[in-house]
Design a protein around this ligand. Sequence first.
Ligand code: ADP
Ligand code: MG
Length: 581
Amino acid sequence: ERSDRSEEQVSGAKVIAQALKTQNVEYMFGVVGIPVTEIAVAAQELGIRYIGMRNEQAACYAASAVGYLTGRPGVCLVVSGPGLIHALGGMANANMNCWPLIVIGGSSERSQETMGAFQEFPQVEACRLYSKFSARPSSIEAIPTVIEKVQYLITCSIYGRPGACYVDIPADFVTLQMNVNSIKYKECCMPPPVSMAETSAVCMAASVIRNARQPLLIIGKGAAYAHAEESIRKLVEQCKLPFLPTPMGKGVVPDNHPNCVSAARSRALQSADVIVLFGARLNWILHFGLPPRYQPDVKFIQVDICAEELGNNVRPAVTLLGDINAVTKQLLEQFDKTPWQYPPESKWWNTLREKMKDNEAASKELASKKSLPMNYYTVFYHVQEQLPRDCFVVSEGANTMDIGRTVLQNYLPRHRLDAGTFGTMGVGLGFAIAAALVAKDRNPGKRVICVEGDSAFGFSGMEVETICRYNLPIILLIVNNNGIYQGFDTDSWKEMLKCEDATTGAPPICLLPDSHYEQIMAAFGGKGYFVQTPEELQKSLRQTLEDTTKPSLINIMIEPQATRKAQVNIAKQKEGKASTP
Ligand code: ADP
Ligand code: MG
């Protein structure tokens, strides 16, 4: 028998879950506890995938990666006080990367506010610095509206840029029983409206490009997020322009495309006279757009959705405010009307090609070194040889990420996740978990390779248990040099400890030499490998790639003092003092 509809009661937890479901939220990551456990249970009952993580920070990284990969925000669910504080790292990272994210934080009961309640903390205020929207619904009846508003801010307010949003849910909201009929759910919000650049600015940009002597396109993760791969590729090929991806812009146009000049990055930046930026900010990643890394009179054409970004650090020649995909199509129209292509046999192309050949030869030489322990290049060349073309590459660590990026290729957009704009270490496992889930639901069979430095791995290492619990067939590679940037071998370590206590004598960059990280994976039922030679590496890679059912971890021992190949010191070279290749 069924009670009268008007009498039917529903808990706050269920209302919150239903509001998220109505907004098409697919994934929720978190760590449960008082007062949010019921929300996770209710969400799961409605078919939202709930992934319980071991630390809120990793949960938040995972939720934000879902936002970048799918264009719809993931949810991070955390408990009050410390739980929320742990999540701030993930919110900051998402906001810096311009990725959509929803964080839901339980908080102490309203009746105990300011009394020193359990885990009481000014959560809404705390989140303000790390988000674009932070609020607490005024009453439980207002929750659906607030949730819809968060979604609105993330997906529809792309007039601004995507970012993190916080909703605070006091404990008494979760347990409150309400009449079903008193709750009105909002319809799912519309996809973001598409904005286009001013026609006159588009004409001017096309003319600046046509008149360029040494043009360069820079493709950023904004272009990846905007799904602009098709139009940008068309522009590259139709106009025969050289392009350079930023770290996460890799794959928008495949890395092996003949027009990709990644291997001549410094030279391309330093000598270009016209640079078109597609969703890439002129921050530290691009050396602020300033000399000596660029020509003092280089003409920047900026394409971005965010008006405030235009003119940041440089005075651009042309600004194209709008959605990257739409604006690129506008540019293509110009080049369709009056066809033009950059001469493929120009001096600029020859310079770039020569430089690429030199640089590629230098890394190949390092990679072919037979000495043991292996260096970074040897490791990455072997990994690259076996990587499936369609895999997700997650990477973090200092040298591991920087060198890995130059060797490991991306062929598809939104398939590389790394420390990003904020340079955050510890993101890798959360990102890998998110990518594995998205792959499972949208592209079954696609692999996730997570290339970690040993130090970077340590930040979220316990998420290996999460990976095993959900049986996600992620391949974790730990490029182990026993330290941060560099480390020491066991003999030097023992020598150091002979004369000193480790707490006074061990260099701060040191981690314990020869740590068997693969045993962490084995502890939870995954497969662990400890490798020291190229042959062992090749074999373990082959085995992990063949086994699509299980997570695995390959602990790759490398030369503790290995570094990247000598870089050209541009400042010195300019003064005519040095030019090491
Ligand atoms: P990278 O780290 O790859 O250089 P950034 O994160 O610095 O990239 O820059 C990404 C830029 O892309 C941001 O300035 C953001 O405002 C912009 N952006 C994001 N989505 C869109 C879009 N759909 N259209 C245009 N610009 C976008
Ligand atoms: Mg290291």
